[in-house]
Design a protein around this ligand. Structure first.
Ligand SMILES: [Zn+2]
Length: 237
């Protein structure tokens, strides 16, 4: 369905509106119509801001439009399971993008191989590339892969907290609730957990898409380094 007004910018398209009459090919019913309806549902609440030389939109916390924020927004709207609970917890000690990752994990909005395949995206294999033994699901990637479990054990030792013998992704996201940490420590430990999820996802992406295979031994060190970097910045600013 190509636009009649081919030279339009995004801002102009929003001003014109999303009438199917502006398309060179109308939705032909079936899945095409349902996808169009879903798309309209997503964009109808978007409000672009009129600022000189920059295009703003309220979806991104920066207030600025960018392709990456649009991708994140569309992914979060389309790659979601309806059966996953959505009890969000925001930690303002970590960057916003990390909180958004946690939200996407809770919503099932992470494009793992299993999810892409489920949505008819062609992938070479749905197996986890790190261990090659289990299908790459969200649960497996963040708390099940034997290649990454050592990270959680080392965090438990680092913070002197107990790691359950059996746990799922919710248990780890709420690990802080099962500890006896003092109030001041709880938020710091929670930020470490969020940081761990972030580093796991980045490690996986480097493994899948990077030019070289990242070393697992660097992984825990990266978490510790970032944590101390944040603490140092918070202390000095
Ligand atoms: Zn694995």
């Amino acid at each position: 369905m190509l636009d009649v007004h081919r030279g339009n910018f995004v801002k102009e398209r929003f001003l014109i509106g999303w009438d199917p009459g502006n398309l060179r090919g109308l939705p032909r019913g079936g899945i095409e119509q349902s996808q169009w309806d879903a798309f309209i549902e997503v964009v109808q609440n978007v409000r672009l801001l009129d600022r000189s030389k920059r295009l703003g939109w309220l979806i991104d916390v920066s207030g600025m439009f960018s392709i990456s924020s649009a991708n994140t927004f569309i992914d979060s709207a389309t790659l979601v399971d309806t059966d996953i609970r959505c009890d969000t917890r925001w930690n303002n000690w970590v960057p916003i993008k990390l909180n958004i990752l946690m939200l996407r994990i809770k919503l099932g909005g992470i494009p793992t191989k299993e999810r892409l395949s489920h949505r008819c995206v062609e992938v070479q294999s749905i197996m986890c590339l790190l261990c090659s033994a289990v299908v790459e699901t969200i649960d497996h990637l963040f708390v099940g892969c034997r290649e990454l479990l050592e990270i959680l054990s080392r965090i438990a030792i680092w913070w002197d907290v107990h790691l359950l013998d059996r746990f799922d992704i919710d248990d780890i996201m709420r690990w802080v609730d099962s500890t006896s940490l003092r109030v001041g420590q709880r938020k710091a430990f929670d930020s470490v957990i969020i940081l761990t999820f972030w580093c796991l996802w980045n490690f996986r992406n480097k493994f899948v898409f990077g030019p070289t295979i990242p070393r697992k031994s660097d992984h825990f060190d990266a978490i510790v380094e970032r944590k101390f970097f944040w603490d140092f910045n918070a202390f000095t600013h």
